[in-house]
Design a protein around this ligand. Structure first.
Ligand code: S3P
Length: 176
């Protein structure tokens, strides 16, 4: 009984550019869950963009805001939260997620991440201004260092071939 309640919420994790928000909206709609985007919530609370938070307050302040925003989901239910790429890798965020819902990892190969991120550098403070080879190197190193967190997800789904029915089936099997 407790497990079913706990698993009626979903945390989507994965690298920047893996498609967490796009997939998350579709999945939430299909599962009848309320969709939230953690970055958007942080921006609304701070009254400025993630880029400005990094620029004027620094990453440490951003991570504290991110943690606080995530903690507010401990008292919510029936939601799907698309997290930021770094969310599960700081503080005890991953445990908080695992204690309060189903953690789903959106997995995407390095080459596709590179293609996507090279077109969307401006809105992402950790990669803005990187040349192509620097971006490749950044993705490769950061993906390796974050993999041990991503791999602790309850379920993994491909960010490339999105089959909502298949994912829903996996989620339902896990939750029951
Ligand atoms: C970050 C990913 C971003 C955002 C911030 C930091 C990261 O979210 O939270 O720029 O450290 O990987 P997306 O994964 O939604 O781009």
């Amino acid at each position: 009984m407790e497990k079913a309640t706990k698993k009626s919420s979903i945390f989507l994790i994965g690298f920047m550019g893996a498609g967490k928000s796009t997939i998350g909206k579709k999945l939430a709609h299909r599962l009848g869950l309320t969709f939230f985007d953690l970055d958007k919530l942080i921006e609304a609370k701070a009254g400025c963009s993630i880029s400005d938070i990094f620029k004027f307050l620094g990453e440490t302040a951003f991570r504290e805001m991110e943690q606080a925003c995530l903690q507010s989901f401990q008292t919510k239910d029936h939601f799907l939260l698309a997290c930021g790429g770094g969310t599960p890798c700081f503080f005890d965020n991953l445990h908080l997620m695992k204690d309060n819902g189903l953690v789903v990892y959106v997995d995407l190969q390095e080459s596709v991440l590179f293609e996507r991120l090279s077109k969307a550098k401006k809105i992402r403070p950790s990669i803005v201004g990187l040349a192509e080879n620097q971006l490749k190197d950044f993705i490769s190193k950061q993906l390796k260092s974050r993999m041990s967190f991503y791999e602790q997800a309850d379920l993994t789904m491909s960010g490339l071939s999105i089959n909502v029915n298949e994912i829903v089936e996996k989620i339902e099997q896990f939750a029951h």
